[in-house]
Design a protein around this ligand. Structure first.
Ligand SMILES: NC(=O)c1ccc[n+]([C@@H]2O[C@H](COP(=O)([O-])OP(=O)(O)OC[C@H]3O[C@@H](n4cnc5c(N)ncnc54)[C@H](O)[C@@H]3O)[C@@H](O)[C@H]2O)c1
Length: 280
């Protein structure tokens, strides 16, 4: 059985751990906050119990998956051949994690980050093995979303890209290769201008949120309208990503509309606060 380490047991870390355990990996889970791993395992247990109830999973398989999710400490990581980091989106925090991972994982292990926007090349500088550092960008919810963007840093080797692609595929995912480490990778690079244009159409009084979303859903065959998706992601997160990309590219394509900034200042952060472009 292959052992991997997942650092961070929040939204993404718990989802990635679950999907890895479902595909036979033994997952060593670590989080800085006491009780976070226990809570993540509990949430996974509940999701899997629902799958058992619906006849999609056997009770024995559920037990097996939970048995493969193990709370661990840094000292246990010597057993892991791959680490996937999913902590806060803050460069200094990620660099500290990577420096520690570099010290405890075997020399040939691959160190992956689930960052949505930060530079893989910069994160890799915190290690003595930048050739073995790569981005594995999962999407939320990780057990459901099919895609993993594999992000190549300036020094990432072909072999490391291959290890990351094979690991994602072994977890039942489809991969795309982001051959240059650039802000937003592929998906957010396409998504942010779409969000921005939908918000501008609203701002200019051209159409209601409902009609903007309906137009994109039915006219472009998207499963969800852009304003609904922006609310779902969290408007604070959307604004953060736009500001980051605007600062990196110095390009108006990524300039956050005022309507978004006003909503975030008012604490209307989308679905998680019950009110964004819509009320929930
Ligand atoms: N939420 C999403 O939709 C999404 C999608 C793709 C990628 N990401 C990326 O995944 C990463 C995690 O995002 P999230 O939404 O799961 O965040 P989250 O806040 O839900 O979870 C982060 C976890 O990291 C833990 N943590 C913080 N500092 C730590 C440290 N020094 N050591 C160990 N654990 C630490 C926290 O206690 C928390 O449990 C970020 O880089 C984010 O950009 C998020």
């Amino acid at each position: 059985m292959t052992t991997i380490a997942v650092i961070g047991a929040g939204t993404m870390g718990s989802g990635i751990s679950q999907v890895a355990a479902q595909h036979g990996y033994r997952v060593l889970m670590l989080d800085a906050e006491p009780g976070a791993v226990v809570r993540a395992r509990m949430r996974t247990g509940e999701r899997l119990a629902k799958a058992v109830k619906e006849g999609k999973l056997s009770a024995t398989d559920r037990e097996g998956i939970l048995d493969r999710l193990v709370e661990a400490d840094w000292a246990d990581f010597g057993e892991a051949s791959l680490a996937i980091e999913a902590v806060l989106e803050i460069m200094d925090v990620k660099k500290e994690i990577f420096s520690r991972l570099d010290a405890v994982l075997p020399g040939d292990a691959v160190l992956a980050t689930n960052t949505s926007s930060l530079s893989v090349t910069e994160i890799a500088k915190a290690t003595k093995r930048p050739d073995r550092v790569v981005g594995m960008h999962f999407f939320n919810p990780a057990p459901v979303m099919k895609l993993v963007e594999i992000v190549r840093g300036e020094e990432t080797s072909d072999e490391t890209v291959d290890v990351a692609q094979r690991a994602a595929q072994a977890m039942g995912k489809e991969t795309v290769l982001v051959a240059k480490d650039t802000p937003g990778f592929i998906v957010n690079r396409v998504l942010m201008p779409l969000f921005i244009e939908a918000m501008r159409i609203l701002e200019e009084g051209i159409a209601s949120p409902e009609d903007i979303d309906k137009a994109v859903k039915l006219g472009l065959n998207h499963p969800m309208g852009p304003l609904t998706l922006a609310d779902l992601t969290g408007l604070d997160v959307d604004l953060h990503v736009m500001d980051y990309m605007f600062n990196e590219f110095h390009d108006d394509r990524f300039a956050a509309p005022l309507v978004l900034r006003r909503l975030v200042r008012a604490g209307r952060l989308g679905r998680k606060t019950g009110h964004g472009f819509y009320r929930y």
